[in-house]
Design a protein around this ligand. Sequence first.
Ligand code: NAD
Length: 314
Amino acid sequence: MSERYLITGGAGFIGSHLVKRLVAEGGIVRVVDNLSTGHAERLDDVRNAIQFINGDLAEESIAEAVVKDIDYVLHQAAVPSVQRSIGDAVGTNQANVTATLNLLESCRKAGVHRLVYAASSSAYGDTEVLPKTEEMPADPLSPYALQKWVGERYCKLYYDLHGLETVSLRYFNVFGPDQDPYSEYSAVIPKFITNLLAKESVTVYGDGEQSRDFTYIDNVVNANLLALHAKDVPGKVCNIGCGERITLNKLIQMLEQILGVKAKVNYAAARAGDVRHSLADIQKARRLLGYNPQAGIEQGLRKTVKGFKGKLRY
Ligand SMILES: NC(=O)c1ccc[n+]([C@@H]2O[C@H](COP(=O)([O-])OP(=O)(O)OC[C@H]3O[C@@H](n4cnc5c(N)ncnc54)[C@H](O)[C@@H]3O)[C@@H](O)[C@H]2O)c1
């Protein structure tokens, strides 16, 4: 493989896993990241094998510079938090919409072969019917969900209008080693594991009976690599999940078992913008991408716990 890849948000959780996989497979890799929620240390192991650009894609000149001589773009950069977007709708719009539009425009001008976009299952909102299929209408419940959906629509529009090949992968609650547990906006799995390892109590917003299709990172990395070359996907959206869901209460029980500890759980008021249940229908990804999740929730949790044990704070 000597194709040239740009990974936006490559110092982030998902982006850094993609960078490492592509480097391992012999790809020529460039990363752009403004380190707003990312950590440069995540790329320490591959620092000498990649080109790293510290820049903000919301600036047109940066978006133009980073796509030069690039074949494929994996667009992961975003400020990925429902709660943060409610407090800062304008700031998150810059990172989630303006940056995406700048990047698409630059890719179009530079003749990039294909852009794969990290879309979000949050676009669905609270559907009555589960699992969620791509044909269901979007109904975003937060600025974040709306912004990610707008990004998706821009991707489709750039394919329809300009022929720029784009594919949107709607990720469902991704988790795995190296996910940031320390931010106020961290996802539940890294937060819970870190709390339990430190013998601290865990906080659950709501009654804990809300459910998620937690998706192990390796599945998401595989989906991205498949989306780079699959034939009938440009302009389309595919769910990327595991196709199984558990409640937060069940998640805590599983972590108690894996870690051999008893959790102290604080139940706090449910938060605005949070979806109640989430479960992906992954038939379309199976059909169009040849996607097949390799690791289920339990196996993924075991690998994640292993990754977190002994890990230093960022
Ligand atoms: N983690 C999940 O469960 C999940 C679910 C659905 C969708 N997604 C999407 O996947 C992508 C990656 O998420 P993640 O969990 O790795 O988040 P992350 O915060 O770890 O990574 C995002 C990266 O983007 C960088 N970034 C933000 N704004 C930027 C800008 N304007 N210019 C350049 N870099 C910028 C950040 O510094 C960070 O390194 C995001 O697009 C997110 O919306 C994630």
